[in-house]
Design a protein around this ligand. Structure first.
Ligand SMILES: *Cc1c(COP(=O)(O)O)cnc(C)c1O
Length: 319
């Protein structure tokens, strides 16, 4: 809906000079207003809030990107906006705090618990249940209580629909493989949804493995670590768990270091600076591409642009 018709970029780095190897296409969600897929959901939900006659919008945010998307649509539609954000995250994401305030949202610091996204989410839910008559809670991913996982997927499934349409136009068929990064799982569900019934299309989700995969011996939820704030969340949406359990989708992990390499690689090959979240999906192509037959059509969801991550990347990358 927000895509320009010519925005379906393509890069051929992984093709052998003699023309062999997979064809890799980017679904350019980074070209959306505010620079990521998140606006698809925010705009759908703000229209719903208007329809329901709600005047007040609340949301939680970790890195600030969902907060910025929510503040953006509230400014556009003239609704009061309150964003809950962990005190620690507010310090780490000062630029996004400024953006939200510039858009006239109130950003309220959450000092309880971990002082990060987990507790900001709890605060938002507390507010919502107390003020549900006047307030709509714009949840940011395919997670949380019903109907959010389904509703957020519905607002993002335009990603997969456009992918199908543009694939038909470009090569007259479906893609063979879809790849997306997974934080809560919304951009991946948006890409996958239209293809779940097409058993010949491989669905691949890439999660953040941070410094490497480890876990808590007691089975408790531990604070995750990832260089990309948008993947720094300790859970994924229920439909991803379902797809994994059914064997319909596959999920893999990529470390900070691998993601940073991909961040640099796409910037240099294509002149596209991807979000660090997106860079996880791109990084996994290094593993995948050598396993593909010639001419395999791969679509990677370019979930967001990387301008917001340059400040982080400076600390780790020599360019
Ligand atoms: C928020 C974000 C993500 C992760 O969220 P999902 O719900 O898993 O899509 C991925 N990429 C970008 C650019 C983001 O802003």
């Amino acid at each position: 809906m927000w895509q320009r018709p010519d925005s379906y970029g393509r890069f051929e780095h992984y093709r052998h000079p003699n023309g062999e190897g997979p064809h890799i296409y980017l679904k350019r969600e980074d070209l959306n207003h505010a620079g990521a897929h998140k606006i698809n959901n925010a705009i759908g939900q703000v229209l719903l809030a208007k329809h329901l006659g709600k005047k007040r919008i609340i949301a939680e945010t970790g890195a600030g990107q969902h907060g910025v998307a929510t503040a953006t649509v509230c400014a556009r539609f003239g609704l009061q906006c309150l964003i809950y954000m962990g005190a620690q995250d507010m310090e780490r994401q000062a630029l996004n705090v400024f953006r939200m305030r510039l858009l006239d949202a109130e950003v309220r610091a959450v000092h309880s618990g971990t002082t990060t996204l987990k507790d900001a989410t709890s605060e938002a839910i507390r507010d919502w249940v107390a003020n549900v008559e006047t307030t709509h809670y714009i949840l940011g991913s395919v997670a949380g209580p019903y109907p959010y996982p389904m509703m957020v997927r519905e607002f993002h499934k335009i990603i997969g629909r456009e992918t199908r349409k543009e694939a038909m136009e470009k090569w007259g068929g479906k893609p063979d493989v879809l790849v997306a990064c997974v934080g809560g799982g919304s951009n991946a569900m948006g890409l996958f949804d239209d293809f779940i019934k097409d058993k010949d299309v491989r669905l691949i989700g890439v999660e953040a493995a941070g410094l490497g995969l480890d876990s808590d011996d007691d089975g408790q939820i531990i604070e995750p670590h990832s260089i990309s704030a948008g993947l720094d969340y300790p859970g994924v949406g229920p439909e991803h768990s379902f797809l994994k359990e059914k064997g319909r989708a596959e999920y893999y992990g990529v470390t900070d270091e691998e993601a940073l390499e991909a961040f640099k690689r796409l910037s240099r090959l294509e002149g596209i600076i991807p979000a660090l979240e997106t860079s996880h999906a791109l990084a996994y192509l290094e593993e995948l591409s050598p396993t593909f037959a010639n001419e395999t059509k791969v679509v990677v969801n370019c979930s967001g642009r990387g301008d917001k991550d340059v400040q982080t990347a400076i600390k780790y990358l020599k360019v």
